[in-house]
Ligand binder design. Structure first.
Ligand SMILES: Cc1cc2nc3c(=O)[nH]c(=O)nc-3n(C[C@H](O)[C@H](O)[C@H](O)COP(=O)(O)OP(=O)(O)OC[C@H]3O[C@@H](n4cnc5c(N)ncnc54)[C@H](O)[C@@H]3O)c2cc1C
Length: 570
């Protein structure tokens, strides 16, 4: 029998590569921020780039979690059942310390680099790990709870068992704020917490006072990701007319007497992406919760978490961009059309180089932002973190969906098919822009930061001025004019919080991020990268699509730098 055809001119999967070794921008950023971590990252990059590790991401998403409300005898259990690939991913990530705030010089930067590498494998499993990482800052407000829980959180071991915390060697935390009637406007929360006296549990209630007061909670959460976590931090009212304001509560899955807390998981969301991760709707049917922080100070307490989770949204989007870029570029080098590799066509070079610039700028920005978190005692660094976290969460996450669509198109029809990872990556992008404060909320937060953070403007000015003497004369001229106009506008308006300031807040956030990205590339990237970024983003203004680079750009050099693959020795 004759063959119908031979399979020719199809590209190969992008796998069995060292994800760190092929990423010059990330390596250089890590050398600046946490040089001692390079060897670990190199090892991690090799592990994550293996075909079998990359396959876990697809498996965990193709086999979404299932809610099991009752055991076979009809007892309420509210357990979530995951595919083994999910557990492998969780074990891999907790083993690398993604869930635990590390200490020591450069620890946040090293974690950020690892987080961006993991984002190239799977995004859903990053959700509970991010929440756990972020929760520690809030838990510290309740020393007696922290004393029992933080050591288990910091342990680099994944314990998937549903058991009371005393019997576990690792713990994960989630958070619940969003209710049906309002997510951004959490003040509309109606979930009610009523004080319980006397406290029936010996632990972890502790003494009376701000740390450890026990309440019973009745109400719901409309989004409650990772309900399998060992505990959640939630917001609730302490009086029915909301006059005291929201308070923060620590709600464990199991109570100190070993029984299950009354958190009813009603259903799991059927989501566009992030399908490996269980995002639940829950009801609190008189669940026990320990108040963290003062009555009415819940938003302030949980915001301690918010900045960290927003940082991870930025890191996650930058990492996912990098994944989409590498798959696209690898494909374009391996597939020919009209007699040449796709990557050799001038117009495709424009698209790919534009994507590479966006990805490198996102990486540089993300690593710089993480570095600010390594220096909390430096007033300028802390102010910069306060400013750039919402601005970056808005801009970098907002660029993601357009980036993902363009990268998918580089693969043509193959990109749109589920077997290639591009479809999954594309579905992953929007969530970072929505959760943890949607785009507009981030821009309003940026205005608040500009108004209320001492040194915010000085910190931004110092960051931009550091690039004043870098790059070619022509690039410096464009950059200096862009930065000066931005700073002048900020001085004039001071950010502002009126309707006009709000109206322009997205544009302002974008300009701030572009200016910082321009400064970072001028200081640290090769001239051909910095020049291309400045010509296409600062001089010309960001267009709606990719592939709009002006003439005179060295696309070849940009693409060589973007992906220099060394196959793994398997
Ligand atoms: C997959 C997934 C998992 C999630 N997991 C969790 C979780 O674990 N815990 C949790 O608490 N929440 C979770 N969320 C909820 C998420 O944080 C909220 O959806 C988000 O904060 C937006 O709130 P909302 O859906 O109520 O939208 P709304 O608050 O109704 O906002 C709708 C739109 O209006 C805009 N908007 C709101 N106010 C203003 C304003 N003043 N000016 C201009 N624009 C405005 C917003 O930016 C948004 O674009 C999750 C969401 C998703 C998608």
């Amino acid at each position: 029998m004759l063959d119908t055809h031979t399979v020719e001119n199809q590209s190969t999967p992008f796998e069995n590569v060292n994800l760190f070794a092929c990423d010059a921008a990330l390596q250089e950023a890590l050398l600046r921020a946490a040089p001692a971590a390079s060897a670990d990252l190199l090892e991690l990059g090799a592990r994550l780039g293996r075909a079998e590790t990359l396959a876990l991401g697809a498996l965990a998403n193709d086999n979404a979690p299932r809610l099991i409300n009752f055991d076979r005898y009809g007892r309420r259990i509210d357990e979530v059942q995951f595919h083994p690939a999910w557990h492998e991913l969780m074990a891999l990530m907790t083993g690398a310390g993604i869930h635990a705030p590390a200490s020591g010089a450069g620890a946040h930067s090293a974690r950020a680099a690892a987080f961006m590498l993991f984002a190239q494998v799977e995004n859903g499993a990053q959700c509970p790990l991010t929440m756990t990482y972020a929760s520690v800052a809030t838990l510290q407000l309740a020393p007696s709870i922290a004393a029992q829980w933080v050591p288990k959180i910091l342990a680099r071991s994944y314990d998937r068992r549903s058991l009371p915390i005393g019997q576990k060697h690792g713990a994960l935390l989630g958070m619940g704020m969003t209710e049906k009637q309002g997510g951004s406007d959490v003040r509309s929360n109606t979930t009610l917490a009523q004080r319980v006296t006397p406290n029936p549990f010996a632990l972890p209630a502790g003494e009376a006072g701000d740390d450890g007061d026990l309440y019973r909670i009745v109400g719901h959460k409309w989004f409650f990701s990772a309900p399998q976590c060992d505990a959640h931090l939630i917001l609730a009212q302490t009086d029915a007319c909301s006059s005291a304001g929201l308070s923060c509560f620590f709600v464990p899955r199991f109570l100190p007497d070993g029984s299950r807390n009354a958190i009813r998981v009603m259903r799991l969301k059927d989501k566009l992406g992030n399908r490996s991760n269980a995002s639940a709707e829950v009801e609190f049917d008189g669940a026990f919760g320990w108040r963290i922080g003062a009555v009415g100070r819940g938003v302030a307490a949980i915001l301690e978490m918010g900045n960290r989770t927003r940082l991870d949204c930025v890191l996650g989007s930058a990492g996912t961009m990098r994944a989409a870029l590498t798959h696209a570029l690898h494909h374009a080098r391996g597939r020919r059309a009209f007699g040449r590799p796709l990557a050799a066509h001038a117009l495709m070079q424009n698209v790919l180089a534009d994507l590479a610039l966006e990805s490198e700028a996102a990486t540089a920005f993300s690593m710089r932002l993480a570095q600010c978190y390594d220096r909390p005692d430096d007033a300028l660094e802390a102010a910069l973190a306060r400013l750039l976290t919402p601005a970056g969460k808005y801009w970098i996450c907002k660029r993601g969906p357009a980036f993902g669509a363009e990268a998918m198109e580089v693969l043509g029809g193959n990109g749109y098919v589920e077997e290639a990872p591009l479809a999954r990556l594309y579905r992953e992008f929007p969530v970072n822009s929505i959760w943890e404060g949607s785009g507009n909320i981030m821009c309003l937060d940026l205005l608040r930061a500009l108004q209320r953070t001492p040194h915010a403007l000085s910190a931004l000015r110092a960051e931009l001025e550091a690039a004043r003497a870098c790059g070619s004369a022509a690039d410096r001229t464009v950059f200096t004019a862009y930065a000066a106009q931005l700073l002048d506008d900020l001085i004039e308006t001071g950010g502002g919080t009126d309707g006009e300031a709000e109206y322009g807040a997205r544009r302002l956030a974008g300009r701030i991020v572009l200016a910082v990205q321009g400064a970072l590339l001028l200081r640290h990237a090769p001239d051909h990268v910095a020049s291309a970024f400045i010509a296409s983003r600062l001089a010309a203004g960001v267009g709606g699509a990719f592939g709009h680079l002006p003439s005179g750009i060295d696309c070849d050099a940009i693409l060589r730098r973007a992906l220099a693959v060394q196959a793994l020795n398997l």
